[in-house]
Design a protein around this ligand. Sequence first.
Ligand SMILES: [Zn+2]
Length: 122
Amino acid sequence: MTTTSATAQTRDWALCLADLGWHVFPLRPGTKTPALHGHRTCPGTGICADEHQGWEQRATTHLTRVRTCWSSGGYNIAIATGPSGLLVVDCDQPGHEHRMPDRWATLGIRTGTEVLGRVSYM
Ligand SMILES: [Zn+2]
C-alpha cells in the first residue's frame, strides 16, 4: 500500500480542480485567508511589479503553476468562482459576520437552503 502525504494529496486535488477549468489559488493552512500579500504589504515586485495582483487575478488553471505552488507547502485550496464560471449556493445560516439580505429576511427565511427552496417555486 502506498502512503501519500497530505501535501501531495492536496496538490493532486488542486491539479484536478485546475484541470476541470476551475481557477484555484492557495489559502494559508487551516484558514480561509489567501496565502498572498495584501495591498498594504505589496512589495511591488514580481507579478506585482506593475500593479498589485490579488487572489482573483492570481487564481489560475495553469497546471505547472498549480503544481509548483502546492508542492511547496500545505496550502488549502480555494476556487475563484467568477473566473471559473461557477455559481455557488451557500446553504447554511449566515455566520456572525454576515446577515441574510433583507429581501429574504423579511419573508422569514434564515438559511441558504430555504432561499433555494423558495426560488425553485419562482
Ligand atoms: Zn502585490
